[in-house]
Write a protein that binds this ligand. Structure first.
Ligand SMILES: *[C@@H]1O[C@H](CO)[C@@H](O)[C@H](O)[C@H]1NC(C)=O
Ligand SMILES: *[C@@H]1O[C@H](CO)[C@@H](O)[C@H](O)[C@H]1NC(C)=O
Ligand SMILES: *[C@@H]1O[C@H](CO)[C@@H](O)[C@H](O)[C@H]1NC(C)=O
Length: 331
């Protein structure tokens, strides 16, 4: 449609053609790298044999303006390595991620197809089952993770979306993260209405501090980055989703969360009405947290409570450790 429209004018036609072609060649430069405990970084096709049998495989995908070593996603790789995870993969789509935002956003589908094919080849070559694969993406990378999941027809074990990017995405966009991307899709929202989406996109969605900007501890930094709207990669609230998740890898019960109604989350209201219906007051809630009673409290992050569905609320601290663990209050 758009192409037909632009091609009424030869100049635009040419421009469109060049752009699409060069976006594809930039997308083609995307690579996945593997980090095994005792080996140097290798790109996937260089791997002859894996050092250990694959129980679980993590693939991390960065966002706009990022790269495989970008500070916005390094906490994830560091946390997995510290916990002894053996097969950590990091995608690098920096050639297409370091354009203007609109072009990088337009490259999402192309980049995901390139990455998904590399992953598929690797899984086939090393006999890794799809149910061992977990893709984790931040910002635009969350949508790429979703599209990779879609490439595998939803049969990967899990896709995690860390503050999926909001600008230029509609809730149902074909190339956006959807709850059908994998068997389990968990999403953490932290920067609405700036760079992060508030739309539920998972089988389970977490809204720390109502999912809104500024997150505690980000009040001043966010004002600065909001005034320079392009600095998405440096937005404090947008990156909080990554830091929460990274912290949860080593501290699995650190982010207790309570179910909340979507309307209340959307309005940034408290969740007490819902709690009262569930017959919880603060002392009973405290009890549920300390006894890890998953009928009342679920945990956000790597060790997500598997039975969790729909929407959850929690509060966090302004500085690490962000999780409030057994001291969580939900006021
Ligand atoms: C991108 O890669 C595909 C598959 O390898 C190839 O067919 C295509 O020509 C490449 N496109 C560009 C613009 O480099
Ligand atoms: C996903 O489903 C389509 C249509 O059934 C099929 O052609 C494709 O090979 C499947 N993809 C994978 C990775 O299994
Ligand atoms: C909380 O509820 C329990 C039982 O429903 C009750 O025994 C307790 O007194 C209540 N505590 C407060 C602080 O209201």
């Amino acid at each position: 449609m758009a192409k037909t429209f632009y091609c009424w004018l030869p100049f635009f036609c040419q421009l469109w053609g060049i752009q699409t072609l060069s976006l594809q060649s930039l997308a083609n430069q995307s690579r996945i790298y593997i980090y095994e405990q005792t080996a140097q970084e290798q790109s996937l096709e260089q791997v002859q044999q894996l050092q250990a049998e694959v129980q679980s495989l993590k693939l991390i995908v960065h966002g706009f303006l990022g790269s495989r070593t970008h500070s916005s996603i390094m906490p994830l790789r560091n946390a997995y390595e510290a916990q002894g995870y053996e097969h950590i993969l990091v995608a690098d789509w920096s050639p297409a991620a370091n354009l203007d935002y609109a072009s990088s956003r337009r490259a999402i589908w192309k980049v995901s197809q390139v990455l998904a094919k590399q992953l598929q080849q690797f899984l086939g070559k090393h006999n890794v089952p799809l149910h061992a694969v977990h893709v984790i993406g931040h910002s635009l990378g969350a949508h790429i993770a979703g599209c990779i999941g879609r490439y595998f027809n939803g049969s990967l074990a899990r896709v995690t979306g860390l503050d999926p990017a909001l600008p230029l995405f509609t809730p149902r966009a074909d190339d956006s993260l959807q709850s059908t991307a994998a068997q389990l899709v968990d999403v953490i929202h932290t920067d609405y209405p700036f760079f992060g989406d508030h739309t539920p996109r998972g089988t389970v969605d977490f809204y720390p501090n109502f999912g809104r900007t500024p997150q505690p501890g980000c009040e001043e930094v966010d004002l600065l980055s909001a005034s320079k709207l392009l600095l998405e990669a440096y937005s404090c609230s947008h990156n909080r989703a990554v830091l929460f998740y990274a912290e949860s890898i080593g501290l699995p019960k650190n982010f207790p969360a309570i179910p909340c109604r979507w309307q209340q989350l959307r309005a940034g209201n408290n969740c007490w009405a819902h709690l009262q219906e569930a017959n919880l007051n603060s002392s009973r809630l405290q009890q549920a947290i300390s006894s890890m009673d998953v009928s009342q409290v679920v945990y956000m992050g790597e060790q997500l409570t598997r039975s969790a569905t729909s929407y959850y609320y929690l509060q966090t601290n302004a500085a690490p450790p962000f999780g409030q663990g057994v001291h969580a209050k939900f006021s």
